[in-house]
Ligand binder design. Structure first.
Ligand SMILES: NC(=O)C1=CN([C@@H]2O[C@H](COP(=O)(O)OP(=O)(O)OC[C@H]3O[C@@H](n4cnc5c(N)ncnc54)[C@H](OP(=O)(O)O)[C@@H]3O)[C@@H](O)[C@H]2O)C=CC1
Ligand SMILES: O=C(O)C1=N[C@H](C(=O)O)C[C@H](O)C1
Length: 272
């Protein structure tokens, strides 16, 4: 698999290093006016030369045709996909966007374009596997304890632009849908120091409470999630979210279980 990456900020740099080590990174993009343009990626990551020159995101269609990545991972800003989704579709490059802060209308445009079969997009404001498991747990609790008070609390570093986080908004929405009264779930944000990413769902009754929490203590967690998402979206068209990966993995697990059952059964027949 060949992967392109856009965005070389706090998270993008860690993702670039991770993909480079996996030997799947073949293209890195920055804004046309960026000081990172035309430098070797190694210079940006403070390591030896990689042979990958950071390219600017203008004339993207031509550059994608030259490099032929299967998937582009986006850790830049919401402007990038808005401006470039047609170039990506024309060159047959699918997208993993981890970016947060899209307007609901922008999300709908991207969803419609992908659902028409133009491109495969996985939109993941919540790219870690663990935080997606937290979401499933929160949905179960919301179904069972609709009369409790639900709050989503998140903490991130002081440079993070959006609040509450894309993940917190998504968790709150998933809980709301499962609640009997469909009530909005409040989401509160803390921005302080270098916190990488914490999310907690507080479920509080008069006499007891449940807390479900997840913490990313290294941005490598985002890199691992993005790589998993890139593997999932390769060769697909349509619009997906991270939880769609669970269904695919469940089917694979089931296949493995029945294959090992068949193998064991055949051995038993041989012995008989
Ligand atoms: N889904 C998830 O789990 C996660 C999501 N994120 C999201 O990823 C995004 C980036 O986060 P973070 O790394 O902290 O942010 P930073 O501000 O540190 O980095 C953003 C990078 O993207 C570049 N960039 C911005 N716009 C464009 C564009 N149009 N074309 C090309 N490059 C562009 C910036 O370039 P320049 O420096 O030149 O401005 C910068 O290098 C945010 O939306 C954040 O919420 C982050 C972590 C996890
Ligand atoms: O900007 C970040 O850093 C993060 N953003 C994501 C979000 O907004 O949901 C989540 C992640 O914990 C880090």
């Amino acid at each position: 698999m060949k992967i392109a990456l856009v965005g070389l900020g706090r998270t993008g740099k860690i993702v670039a290093e991770y993909l480079w080590q996996k030997k799947v990174l073949n293209m890195v993009l920055c804004r046309p006016e960026s000081s990172k343009a035309h430098k070797d990626l190694g210079e940006i990551l403070n390591c030896k030369d990689t042979g990958i020159l950071v390219e600017t995101s203008d004339h993207l269609e031509r550059k994608l045709f030259q490099n032929q990545p299967d998937v582009l991972i986006d850790f830049s800003s919401s402007n990038f996909l808005k401006d470039n989704i047609h170039a990506l579709a024309k060159s047959g490059t699918n997208v993993v966007t981890a970016v947060t802060g899209y307007e609901p209308a922008e999300v709908e445009k991207i969803r419609n374009f992908a659902e028409k079969g133009n491109i495969g997009v996985i939109m993941a404001p919540n790219i870690t596997y663990g935080v997606n498991v937290l979401m499933l747990m929160a949905e179960i609790v919301a179904e069972l304890m609709s009369d409790y008070d639900f709050e989503v609390l998140e903490e991130h570093h002081k440079h993070k632009q959006d609040r509450p986080s894309g993940t917190a908004k998504k968790i709150a929405d998933k809980i709301r849908v499962k609640l009997m009264n469909n009530q909005e779930v409040p989401a509160q944000a803390v921005r302080a120091g270098g916190i990488i990413g914490k999310h907690k769902v507080l479920v509080c009754g008069e006499f007891d409470k449940i807390e479900i929490s997840h913490e990313s203590f290294s941005r490598v967690a985002f890199a691992q999630g993005a790589y998993k998402a890139a593997q999932f979206i390769t060769g697909k068209t349509g619009f997906y979210e991270m939880t769609d990966i669970f269904e695919q993995e469940r089917q694979e697990r089931q296949k493995q279980v029945s294959a090992s059952y068949d193998e064991k059964h055949a051995e038993e027949l041989d012995l008989a």
